[in-house]
Design a binder for this molecule. Structure first.
Ligand SMILES: [Zn+2]
Length: 591
């Protein structure tokens, strides 16, 4: 069997929901932001097997096993990694290319039909029939380079040019119909081209294959200005974004994505260098889209039209974004201008300013409420505050959640304790379900310390430097701990943040993967992080101290005994060597 290409593995992972997959084998119960059940890999009476839907990982706190959806299938079904990917790919309708020269199967024909259509539309744009479309793109300020990169095209003003071209290429009408490229005639027999006299925008899979189209009409007064492909086996409305295949790398690099509505709202800024941008292309933002985005970015800047429908859509996008763990901000465009318009009228730099000055979701909601209602009325204010708390409560990360509560209190001019009270009432006075019991400061197995410390380091990677000051201490810890800590440090040095999925996938061994997944789970669910950075630093210092007590002290004691023995045996070189070690240890651990 040939190696499965990395991009296909990524595509399968993206298309698969770990909760759905594990849920087919085990009865999962919701526990806070996670799911929980009895571990299938060791005997237990209380469930310690956790599934984290946000990070798409699982971990058992009982036996220490953990991993991603592929690891689960390999462990549970006792199959190889390749077999796990293949079986999940099949369920997701993603075809894995096998040996060269093989017969196409599955959805490959659908991809072929879409690829054929994309090329047909591209060459139509370049040909004589494409003059009007070229002129239109020019007036919209779209360059040749952008046209080629996004593979824009033109669907000719004809009922059957695509059908005829496909026929010459040996593609059947049945296939074109399945691909949503043609439509069955209501009267008479046969089919006609779905897209006519339109500028064509292909939609791509994450792996870069054409899966469908959006078409902008060039008619004077069209029935539908924009027309998209219908749902097919490979194109699902509301799952992806227009432009994402071309912009996802820039989004990952920036850790942030600008969210726009229309295709041109994406193309113009992209062309001006604002490359971390995606377009919902005619649909309201869906939870699927938000989750997809959350794997690439932490911040989403919603940049919709500054009119009634645009602002309402921006408001509706907050919930899926917050729920997916993104920090949503809202860019306020000058009245009457969409992103494309801002660049046309005010220049590219003006667009950049609008994006940097985006307001928090709290500010945005308050501004909207002030415009629509009389906020001096207690009932109105109470409704607004409760709505905001409801949104903030969607956030799984306790640190961010508490920061939002603080902002809500500040903005609404309320005591922070009151907002915290309201939030607690909402959560039913109990700590969130799924949180572990507070850690006891007793003797613990070393691997448990390792998980706790790594969990903190993932959240506060700046603390890795402190760990480096104590090489004697880390010597006591496992090689996989040192590896993960080094990777966190490298990531932090390079990008000033820690990419959790990236860290997970960079693991070299199952032990390392297990450690990372445990650390990520611990780092996320711990309520202690409510105390913020200072609390974390205190906790980190505590951990190190406890670890020292547990590792360095016994070692010092052992050295002392050995030194005394060497003295008794008059073994001077040995005594010197041991003393040296003893002093070194004391120096480095500050004892
Ligand atoms: Zn277990």
């Amino acid at each position: 069997m040939p190696l499965i290409p990395e991009e296909i593995i990524a595509e399968v992972r993206q298309a698969t929901d770990i909760v759905a997959v594990i849920g087919q084998h085990l009865p999962l119960r919701k526990a806070g932001a996670n799911y929980r059940t009895l571990c299938p890999f060791h005997q237990e009476k209380t469930p310690s097997f956790n599934v984290n839907p946000q990070k798409q990982i699982w971990h058992c706190f009982g036996c220490g096993k953990g991993g991603n959806v592929f690891t689960f299938i390999t462990e549970y079904e006792k199959v190889s990694f390749g077999e796990a990917v293949r079986s999940l790919a099949k369920k997701a309708g993603i075809r894995i290319p096998e040996l060269p020269g093989e017969k196409p199967e599955g959805h490959d024909l659908l991809y072929q039909a879409n690829e054929f259509a994309a090329r047909f539309f591209q060459s139509s744009l370049e040909g004589s029939a494409g003059a009007a479309a070229r002129e239109y793109l020019e007036t919209r300020g779209i360059s040749q380079e952008t046209t080629e990169l996004f593979r824009l095209g033109y669907a000719p003003n004809s009922w059957d040019e695509l059908i005829k071209a496909a026929e010459r290429a040996g593609l059947s009408q049945a296939l074109l119909l399945e691909a949503g490229l043609i439509v069955t005639r209501e009267r008479g027999s046969g089919h006609y081209d779905r897209f006519r006299h339109r500028v064509m925008f292909p939609f791509f899979s994450l792996g870069g294959r054409v899966i469908g189209f959006g078409g902008r009409s060039l008619e004077q007064s069209p029935q539908a200005k924009y027309l998209n492909s219908p749902e097919t086996a490979i194109y699902h409305k509301g799952r992806g974004f227009f432009g994402f295949a071309q912009t996802k790398t820039a989004i990952m690099d920036a850790g942030a994505a600008v969210l726009v509505e229309g295709n041109f709202d994406l193309l113009r800024p992209f062309q001006e260098g604002y490359k971390n941008i995606v377009a919902t292309a005619g649909t309201a933002l869906t939870p699927d889209q938000a989750r997809l985005l959350s794997r690439y970015a932490r911040t989403a800047v919603v940049c919709y039209d500054p009119d009634g429908p645009g602002l309402a859509a921006a408001e509706r996008s907050l919930e899926p974004l917050l729920e997916a763990g993104l920090d949503p901000r809202v860019a306020l465009l000058p009245e009457g201008l969409d992103p494309d318009g801002v660049i046309q009228n005010n220049g590219a730099a003006a667009f950049g300013e609008v994006v940097t000055q985006a307001v928090s979701f709290v500010e945005f909601r308050v501004m909207r409420a002030r415009k629509a209602r009389d906020m001096s009325l207690p009932a109105e204010k109470s409704q607004l505050v409760n709505g905001l708390i409801g949104l903030a409560a969607l956030v799984a990360d306790p640190v961010r959640r508490s920061l939002y509560y603080k902002e809500i209190a500040d903005t609404a001019g309320l005591e922070e304790s009151l907002v915290a009270d309201l939030a607690r009432k909402r959560q039913g006075m109990r700590p969130r379900e799924g949180d572990p019991a507070p850690a006891a400061p007793a003797q613990r197995p070393l691997d448990q310390w390792e998980r706790e410390i790594l969990g903190l380091l993932i959240r506060r990677p700046n603390l890795v430097a402190r760990l480096a000051e104590k090489p004697q201490l880390t010597d006591f810890l496992s090689p996989q701990f040192r590896k993960v800590a080094a990777k966190i440090d490298a990531m932090y040095q390079e990008t000033s943040k820690v990419d959790e999925p990236g860290l997970f996938h960079a693991a070299d061994s199952p032990e390392e993967q297990g450690l990372v997944s445990a650390a990520i789970s611990l780092g996320r669910v711990s309520e202690d992080s409510l105390e913020g950075a200072e609390g974390d630093e205190r906790k980190f210092a505590d951990y190190l101290q406890n670890l020292e007590r547990q590792t360095v002290k016994p070692r010092l004691k052992a050295l002392q005994t050995a030194i005394r023995e060497a003295q008794r045996g008059k073994d001077l070189p040995r005594e010197r060597e041991l003393l040296e070690q003893f002093n070194q240890l004391i120096k480095e651990t500050g004892k």
